[in-house]
Design a protein around this ligand. Sequence first.
Ligand SMILES: [Zn+2]
Length: 63
Amino acid sequence: MLKCPNCASKDIGKIGINQYYCWNCFIELSVGKGIINTHQVEEDGTLSSLDDLFEEELRRYTL
Ligand SMILES: [Zn+2]
């Protein structure tokens, strides 16, 4: 079960292949190799990584 590393919400919407969006805290998640990568969408539309904010332990997921 995918859950948001930031807010632990399970209110996650799929927006693309291996790409998800947290409707609770509005960050974008992409998954690969068992790790969730987190991104924030900036006002100009670019993505900045939030991975530094989360321990790898928190970003690990199992299907
Ligand atoms: Zn969230």
